[in-house]
Every structure is written in C-alpha cells, then in structure tokens.
Design a protein around this ligand. Structure first.
Ligand code: FAD
Ligand code: UDP
Length: 376
C-alpha cells in the first residue's frame, strides 16, 4: 500500500524476483509518492511536493534505481540570504569570507570557528550541534529562525540529527551534499516510477484509500507505507508530522536565481525558493519556482525527530511487530526523517528479510515433512 518509493521498490522486487502478484494502492491520483513530478501548463518539469534531489553513498541503491532510469549528473548548490547577501550553505570558507569581508585560509576559518564555538560536553539538540561547531552568532543567522519556521520548534527542542544534516565545513566546497553519487533521473521521477512498476504482476489502483477496499481483497501479506499512527487508528495518540504549503509560480524570464535553492533563514514566512530548471537541466524561455511555507496542517511530510515523539512511535512499533503478515516500511510507516536513498535501502533490506523468512519456512516444511509432520 502506497505507490511512493517504499511501496514501489517492494512491489518491483516481489513481482520480478519472487513472482508475487501485487496490488498497489494509493489514495492519490498518481504514482511516485512525494517524488512525483510533471510538466506544468507552461511545459516546465516541476516537483509537486517540493524539490527532490537524489544523492547517496550507496552503490547498491544507485545501481538499483539505475535499472529504471538514465541519470543526469547534478550537484545541488544552495545559497542563504543573510544580512543582504547570498552566501553558500552549508557554512564553509567562502561563506565566512563573503559574510565578513575577509580572506581567511581554511585553517584560519577553523580557528575562527574555534574562537566562537560554545563547546558542549554532550551534543543532544539541534541547537547544540551548531553552537558547538560555530558559535551563537552564525547559529542565529543561519539556523535558529529557519528551524523555528520549518518545525515550529526551537532548535533546542529538536534532536541533534536535524541540523546535523547540514554540517559546517572549513574548505571551499559549495555543494549542498558530499555523497559519492549525485544525480537526477534524466526523464524525471515519474518516468522512473513508470519503469519500476512496469511488470505484468503489478496492478495499480489509484484514488483508493486502502481502508476502503482492504476487506474485499484476499491477500497473503500487506506492505504498509502510510503513517503508522493512522494504521492503528491513533490508539496511542497522533504522531506529529510537519507539512508544507507549496506556492508555485512561472516567470516570464529564462532564469530567476543563480542556484537551485535559495534559503531564507531570517524573517520571511517561507523557508526557501527552488528554481526547478537548475535541477532538471531543462531549457525553456520561462522558469518555474516554488516557495515553501511550513505548516502544521496538510499532508504528513516530515516526521518530527524528538524524544517524546520517538516514545509514541516505539509503542506503535511494538504493536506493528505483533502483526505477522503486515510489513511497515518508508518514511511515514517507520517515522524516520529519511532521504529517498535511505527509503530505497530500507525497502531492499525488507525484501531480503521477507525472502529469507520464506526460505526458512520452506526449509522447516521440508524438515517437518521428512519427519512425517507436514505443515503447509
Ligand atoms: P511517500 O512518498 O510519502 O509515499 C507514501 C504513499 O502512501 C503516498 O503516495 C500516499 O498517498 C500513500 N498513502 C498514505 N496513506 C494511504 C492510505 N490510507 N491509502 C492509500 N494510500 C496511502 N529526499 C531526498 O533524498 N532528497 C530530497 O531533496 C528530498 N526533498 C524532500 C523535500 C520535501 C518537501 C519532502 C516532504 C521530502 C523530501 N525528501 C527528499 C524525502 C522523500 O520525499 C522521501 O524520502 C520519500 O519520498 C519517501 O518515500 P515513501 O514511499 O516512504 O513515502
Ligand atoms: N537548516 C537551517 N538553515 C538552513 C538549512 C537547514 O536551519 O539554511 C536546518 C533546518 O532545521 C532544516 C534542517 O536543517 O529543517 C535540515 O535541512 P535540510 O535542507 O536537510 O532539510 P530538507 O531538505 O529535508 O527540508
């Protein structure tokens, strides 16, 4: 259930490697989950649910998806609008030199950070991560307001893992990610999904909430990739997810901004603006951009990493483990702030586990039948 990456990867593996018959349900009117892209009215390829940039250190994941798409090499660059200037994020040597009008070497930037850093015995929160590395001034310029907008929480109330996604550097590397493999599906994500799901054993039903049909379907196993709290009718309470309102615009000009994304960590209500043509490489005499306005209402996009939420999730996880024929995978069903590559890796691992469990069952059957106690 769920035609995003988690559900589609498992559907493909089970159909093509285990000859299973798959019914793939999604309540939306399209495949691809949050990675869905399409050509808008002006013929520009845009991402419906905000910018999706593929990056991974896993050769296995990159090669797996490479079976279903050609790649376009793309390294994402982000600038932040701070004190009236556009400077690179993550904070690096160029950021410091531009921001303060300096010409520091890499070592001098490290010394600068050391002189500002508030060293913590324990780095527990998203505030700790940044002030421990670069001090309070840069924390306030780049992280504090952005994080409050994005999560409606102060960084001190969020796990360290959130701002640790954007680690500070002392070199001049202006790329947003440093992963080994950084590329975009050449013909877009939706095209890649059509190829992943193009198998005679896979039937797809869109516009269908699984709860409306599940009782009418006969099945051996259910793979669930929606919000885990919804599956269990919120019996331990609602898990908080953060949503975003995306406001798109097409501009009658070839370019809008110098890089794929510009972050607005200060006062604006939106967090960032992305111009899709940088990501897709499309040539067009107009350009499309999207503003992201974080909100509490709407589709669940981001699990919120903090202790009290993990405690609720762990209760659901325990319950989930007691359902032998239902498997939970993906960003919503395992309440993990996962990137696309991590979701693919998680589903590939689950596929292997399901196969091993089947083999184990089969071997047991063989042992039992040779003892004359056949179990089927
Ligand atoms: P989803 O894509 O959410 O798929 C779950 C599917 O289940 C949905 O299609 C939903 O409609 C369906 N569903 C839910 N409930 C039901 C129901 N009751 N009945 C039927 N269907 C149901 N990752 C990156 O690697 N790089 C990025 O740049 C990046 N940018 C992102 C930007 C934003 C704004 C967001 C929100 C996420 C971003 N991600 C990025 C993360 C990426 O989107 C996820 O890791 C990935 O798409 C998760 O796949 P999934 O299949 O687990 O979930
Ligand atoms: N962040 C920030 N300022 C920035 C970039 C990121 O404060 O300029 C923080 C913010 O809390 C954000 C988190 O770091 O939610 C992770 O950033 P990332 O770009 O990975 O977010 P995503 O692309 O997943 O929305």
């Amino acid at each position: 259930m769920g035609a995003g990456l988690a559900g589609s990867v498992l559907a493909e593996r089970l159909a093509s490697k285990a000859n299973k018959k798959i019914l793939l349900l999604d309540k939306r009117n399209h495949i691809g989950g949050n990675t869905f892209d399409y050509y808008n009215n002006d013929g520009i390829l845009v991402h419906k649910y905000g910018p999706h940039i593929f990056h991974t250190n896993s050769k296995e994941v990159f090669d797996y998806l490479g079976n279903f798409t050609e790649w376009r090499a793309y390294e994402h660059h982000v600038l932040a609008s701070v004190d009236g200037q556009l400077v690179p994020v993550p904070i690096n040597q160029n950021t410091i030199n531009t921001l303060y009008g300096l010409n520091l070497s890499s070592q001098q930037v490290q010394d600068f950070f050391n002189s500002k850093a508030e060293k913590k015995d324990q780095v527990l929160t998203s505030e700790d991560v940044v002030v421990n590395a670069v001090g309070r001034e840069l924390y306030e310029k780049f992280f504090k307001q952005y994080t409050i907008k994005q999560w409606a929480l102060d960084p001190s109330e969020l796990d360290a893992s959130v701002t640790a996604r954007v680690p500070t550097r002392t070199n001049k590397d202006n790329r947003y990610f440093t992963d080994t493999y950084q590329a975009m599906p050449l013909h877009g994500y939706t095209n890649m999904f059509h190829r992943i799901l193009n198998h005679p054993n896979i039937n797809i039903m869109l516009n269908t909430d699984y709860k409306d049909v599940i009782d009418a379907v006969t099945y051996k196993s259910l793979i669930y990739t929606g919000p885990i709290d919804a599956y269990f009718d919120y019996c331990f309470g609602k898990l908080p997810y953060r949503s975003i309102s995306f406001k798109s615009q097409t501009i009658d000009s070839e370019n809008y901004q110098p890089v794929g994304t510009v972050n607005y960590p200060m006062s604006q209500a939106y967090t960032r603006i992305t111009e899709f043509k940088h990501l897709t490489g499309q040539k067009h005499d107009k350009t499309s951009i999207v503003f992201e306005y974080p909100t509490a209402e709407g589709d669940p996009y981001y699990p919120i990493p903090r202790k009290e939420n993990m405690e609720i999730y762990n209760q659901y996880k325990t319950l989930a483990a007691s359902e032998p024929n239902t498997f939970f995978t993906g960003r919503l069903a395992t309440y993990k702030y996962y990137n696309m590559d991590q979701v693919v890796a998680q589903s590939l691992t689950l596929f292997k586990k399901i196969m091993q469990a089947q083999l184990h069952l089969y071997n047991n059957e063989m042992v039992h039948s040779s003892n004359g106690i056949k179990i089927s």
